[in-house]
Write a protein that binds this ligand. Structure first.
Ligand SMILES: Cc1cc2nc3c(=O)[nH]c(=O)nc-3n(C[C@H](O)[C@H](O)[C@H](O)COP(=O)(O)O)c2cc1C
Length: 245
């Protein structure tokens, strides 16, 4: 019998590890990955992502938090040019429809934006959420059914940040009808397509969101988004009026 089975199941098999803050360099690296991560559309290089690196990225995704440890994700690695071409067609149909929803100058700007790197990126990854995984009752999900989807999104963000540290760019493409993608990728009905990601090495990155650089939008002021104790009460932490005043 293995030593794991002999242990008291009420006791964790590992002692908790120290939870010290990271050293300065490690801390800086984490914030650097977060702040310099970009959504990439056109800067992909053809250089393939080695399997060893890809395994690290997927493992980072798989270490994401998930409701009730449900781990609802699957990752479809798409490299076939034929499959990518079908996915690109599905994008192009929806993108034409989306472009029609913006009028005048805004519509003209929309049409100039590049909003995907499906064919240019050497690798695409479709991240799905299997809503049936873990059975009908999952700890933590009984009153918030969509927490499985939130978990899958956490996996995407882990992947995105790990990729940044590897010098690999990721672009999230959501301009699809998921029902167009489903048959192309063979995704079963119980799984939701959460993200379609274009993945590849990049040699340069925008230093701010590309949509900001191209004057589509801009980052909101953080202070306007943080409240103390109650919705609408500006936070003293971000320089708003203190609730003590
Ligand atoms: C859920 C989600 C869907 C997105 N879909 C698209 C998309 O279809 N096409 C695109 O060009 N960018 C897409 N993006 C990228 C955003 O436009 C981008 O994250 C945002 O402009 C901020 O830029 P940054 O990621 O470089 O900081 C998506 C991002 C998220 C989180």
């Amino acid at each position: 019998m293995s030593s794991v089975l002999q242990q008291d199941p009420m006791k964790p098999s590992d002692e908790p590890r120290p939870a010290d803050a990271f050293g300065e360099a490690d801390r800086a690296a984490v914030y650097r990955a977060i702040e310099t991560r970009r959504d990439v559309r056109d800067e992909f290089l053809p250089r393939p992502v080695p399997d060893e690196v890809l395994r690290r990225l997927l493992s980072a995704a798989h270490h994401a938090p998930s409701v009730g440890l449900m781990q609802p994700w699957n990752f479809i690695l798409v490299r076939s040019p034929q499959t990518k071409a079908l996915v690109h067609d599905a994008f192009a149909r929806c993108n034409a429809e989306a472009a029609g929803m913006f009028e005048g100058e805004r519509g003209a700007l929309y049409r100039r934006l590049k909003l995907e790197g499906i064919l240019k990126a050497p690798l695409n990854i479709c991240v799905t959420c299997d809503r049936a995984r873990g059975g009908p009752v999952v700890l933590g999900r009984t009153h918030q059914r969509d927490t499985d989807l939130y978990s899958a999104v956490c996996a995407v963000q882990n992947l995105w940040l790990a990729a940044r540290a590897e010098g690999i760019g990721i672009g999230w493409v959501s301009i699809f009808d998921p029902d167009d993608l489903r048959p192309i990728l063979g995704v079963p009905q119980e799984a939701v397509i959460v993200a379609y990601l274009c993945v590849g090495y990049v040699d340069r990155l925008f230093d701010r969101p590309e949509l900001e650089a191209r004057r589509w939008g801009q980052r909101l002021d953080l202070a306007s988004l943080v409240f103390d104790d109650h919705w609408g009460q500006p936070s003293a932490v971000l320089g708003g009026a203190s609730s003590d005043v």
